[in-house]
Unconditional design. Structure first.
Length: 239
């Protein structure tokens, strides 16, 4: 693995022909979740069964958090007090009609980042997969809908439906896009019902969703990773 700066973002790069992103293989871009360090998902590159030469890029969130671990990052800030209050009251957290204030700047940063990834890595969008975990999943879905590049697939690990009024008119242009989505049935941070709404919204719009639920919380279990590798392989392998 090596560290670099791409499109203004600090990134970790692994895989490829040299373990540091070398070569011209397909590219998988994964965004970490809220409050995680920039290297939170890097280990996935070592456990996913994907074609030789596949390159992995892990961008670091825009924001350095003032609480939590020293290296905690975020793509936008969230109201932790509200989450705690909802959990205490037993209220289901529904974000489907919310557009976070920090979503727009995070989106613009990612669009610039993706443009430079394409240039710097000579990455073919048709062999590039975008995705993430939790907040990173939400941002990757938003960016996928805001760009017209013919990306090979979208990965949604413990994400949820967000900004429905903005997303709904854009979904049709992604008809047929392969989507991998997983979610824990006991997820207390992003309730299972929100993931189901995202799944149903994507399917209704014509996207090809591979859905994996599991008994667990806000996490990425081994069983999901065992299925994610074949999804990536199929998405980036020419028919």
């Amino acid at each position: 693995m090596r560290r670099d700066k791409v499109g203004g973002l600090d990134v970790r790069i692994s895989g490829g022909t040299d373990g540091q992103g070398g070569g011209s293989g397909p590219v998988v871009i994964l965004l970490h979740g809220f409050g995680a360090p920039g290297d939170d998902l890097v280990s996935l590159a070592d456990v996913l069964t994907v074609p030789p030469g596949t390159r992995f890029v892990f961008p670091e969130g825009l924001l350095s958090m003032s609480f939590g671990p020293r290296d905690a990052r975020a793509w936008w800030l969230i109201d932790m007090a509200r989450i705690a209050a909802d959990q205490a009251a037993g209220r289901i957290r529904d974000l489907s009609n919310e557009t976070p204030k920090g979503l727009a700047p995070a989106r613009e940063a990612m669009l610039a980042f993706l443009k430079e990834v394409e240039q710097k890595f000579d990455a073919d969008p048709r062999k590039t997969i975008l995705g993430g975990f939790s907040q990173g999943a939400m941002l990757s879905c938003d960016v996928m809908l805001k760009t017209t590049q013919p990306y090979a697939g979208l990965i949604q690990l413990s994400g949820t439906l967000l900004a429905l009024q903005e997303w709904a008119p854009l979904l049709q242009k992604r008809k047929g896009l392969p989507v991998f989505q997983s979610h824990g049935m006991q997820d207390e941070l992003l309730p299972y019902v929100g993931a189901e709404r995202l799944r149903d919204t994507l399917i209704h719009a014509g996207l090809s969703v591979e859905w994996h639920s599991f008994r667990g919380g806000h996490e990425i279990p081994r069983a999901v990773l065992q299925r994610l590798g074949p999804f990536i392989t199929k998405a980036i392998t020419p028919i």
